[in-house]
Design a protein around this ligand. Structure first.
Ligand SMILES: NC(=O)c1ccc[n+]([C@@H]2O[C@H](COP(=O)([O-])OP(=O)(O)OC[C@H]3O[C@@H](n4cnc5c(N)ncnc54)[C@H](O)[C@@H]3O)[C@@H](O)[C@H]2O)c1
Length: 360
């Protein structure tokens, strides 16, 4: 990383799971000085690292002249008010995802932020996930011909929704939790492609209030049908290290790619030439004789390694640092996050009505 003239002086609101992650990250990253942390629950501040202020209130953090950037890592239903308060105090803001609970709420935040003229962006560090960057690289290289299908799935096996994440009013549920990342990744991967329609199922399989399963189908105007499926309660007798699964599949007319796991394993599988009008050779399979689903003829399939990507979550803050100095753009732009929120509203509408929704 380049040397900077001065560290960004940053403070965190909310010292729970993600607040601790940010504290650890910002304490080790060059170009940042973590000034302090606040939390509505004083107990949460007991283990704040030495040398970092423990603010008795958010107001004191927000009004501390030493603080330039406020990083909001409190419950989802707190984002609106905290963003507006920080903006009115003239602070630049990084807010955790989901940026807001609704498009209306976000529009209100944008109005305040614009009036105050501060920087505002969202912590979408999963744009740097190695599995996602691998499938994005395959897509960007256009190595599969015309892509027609993209599938992304994430499965967990214990159904464990916890703490405030089980309450609607706090912004709980998996669509807000992981859905926002999975949708953001696909939309960011295909800039310029419009979503013509959305069809979705969103369920509470074992939770009383909030969604813990969803399947979303999005038809894009570039011809791709994208599917995102998440389940927290996919019971299976998996070994310990396979209890949280991520899979990608992308299919084009000259090849397919599959990417499994967060540290991706998979292959690109291509045809040596365009396979149209192949002779219907009869093959015996476990399902009986077939002509369409038999193995490919010898010499027609070529497998290749997935592209190597070099990516890590701290790249989010490295970009932020450079963008703050005007060296590059902030990676995550507010209209992108607004579009994801609008999409999530269409997803809920589709699930409620059982109908496809015309989106863009
Ligand atoms: N980017 C990611 O990968 C990622 C991962 C997990 C959570 N998150 C996001 O981070 C945020 C926090 O989630 P979490 O799982 O860490 O929750 P958490 O419950 O572990 O932590 C939230 C903390 O915020 C505090 N808090 C609540 N309201 C507050 C207020 N008004 N002022 C100050 N502190 C307040 C709580 O006391 C708690 O300590 C959420 O928006 C969530 O969606 C992002």
């Amino acid at each position: 990383m380049d040397k900077f003239m001065e560290d960004i002086r940053i403070a965190i609101i909310g010292h729970g799971f993600m607040g601790h992650e940010h504290e650890a990250m910002l304490s080790k990253l060059e170009g940042y000085r973590l000034i302090g942390i606040s939390d509505i629950d004083p107990k949460q501040l007991e283990d704040v690292k030495e040398g970092v202020k423990r603010y008795p209130s958010n107001e004191e953090l927000i009004n501390d002249p030493e603080v330039q950037v406020v990083l909001i890592a409190a419950n989802n239903n707190q984002h609106h008010d905290l963003v507006c308060q920080a903006a009115r105090a003239g602070k630049d803001i990084i807010c955790e995802k989901p940026i807001a609970m609704s498009v209306d709420e976000l529009d209100d935040m944008i109005k305040v932020v614009d009036e105050c003229g501060v920087n505002f962006t969202v912590h979408h560090q999963r744009r740097f996930d190695p599995d996602f960057r691998t499938i994005k690289e395959v897509f960007d290289q256009k190595s599969l011909g015309e892509v027609y299908t993209l599938k992304n799935s994430l499965y967990g096996f214990n159904g464990n929704m916890h703490d405030w994440h089980i309450y609607i009013k706090e912004g709980g549920g998996m669509l807000f939790d992981w859905g926002v990342h999975l949708l953001d990744q696909i939309l960011w991967m295909m800039p310029g492609a419009k979503i013509k329609s959305v069809f979705a199922d969103v369920r509470n399989v074992i939770n009383y209030e909030v969604d813990d399963y969803f399947k979303v189908l999005m038809k894009f105007d570039n011809g791709i049908m994208a599917e995102v499926e998440l389940g927290t309660y996919y019971l299976a007798d998996k070994p310990q290290d396979k209890w949280f699964e991520r899979h990608w599949f992308m299919g084009g007319n000259t090849g397919s790619a599959y990417v499994d796991g967060f540290y991706p394993e998979g292959k690109i599988v291509r045809t040596s030439h365009f396979l149209t009008n192949v002779r219907g050779t009869r093959t015996m399979t476990a399902a009986g004789p077939t002509r369409s689903f038999g193995p490919p003829a010898d010499g027609t399939i070529v497998t290749e390694e997935l592209p190597k990507v070099n990516t890590k979550h701290e790249d989010y803050f490295i970009n932020y640092r450079k963008a703050y100095e005007g060296q590059e753009e902030f990676l995550v732009k507010i209209p992108e996050t607004r579009r994801v929120l609008a999409l999530m509203e269409a997803i809920r509408e589709s699930a409620r009505t059982g109908m496809a929704i015309q989106f863009e």
